[in-house]
Design a protein around this ligand. Structure first.
Ligand SMILES: [Zn+2]
Ligand SMILES: [Zn+2]
Length: 112
């Protein structure tokens, strides 16, 4: 069909909503207040991006991507300062690799 916006599941409430041009979930209400999933990527996507603000580090598995054997699989994503987003990123990495993601701060990343 033409003119129909793609839709995806909200990562917070689980209901399906239209996506914005940036492929983020449209603003919506849950229980009468703005849903935390509003303006965020759909369920199953990496949690952080330019909409989060400043990136403070990376969540990845393995933690040290530079010297690890990546044939076992790997995933990494940059994260903002929000601890809830770190948890979501760790879960995202776990879905990809079978291992919970490890947070590595920006200072440690640049020290290498
Ligand atoms: Zn929602
Ligand atoms: Zn974030």
């Amino acid at each position: 069909m033409t003119g129909v916006r793609p839709r995806a599941d909200c990562r917070s409430c689980g209901f399906e909503y239209a996506l914005t041009h940036d492929e983020l979930i449209h603003r919506h209400l849950t229980d009468g207040s703005i849903c935390l999933g509003s303006g965020r990527p759909p369920a199953g996507e990496e949690p952080c991006g330019f909409w989060c603000g400043r990136m403070v580090g990376r969540v990845s598995w393995p933690a040290d991507l530079a010297s690890a054997d990546l044939s076992q699989g790997h995933a990494s994503t940059y994260v903002c300062a929000d601890p809830e987003h770190h948890a979501e990123a760790a879960a995202w990495v776990q879905r990809k690799t079978g291992h919970a993601g490890v947070f590595v701060g920006r200072a440690e990343l640049t020290r290498a």
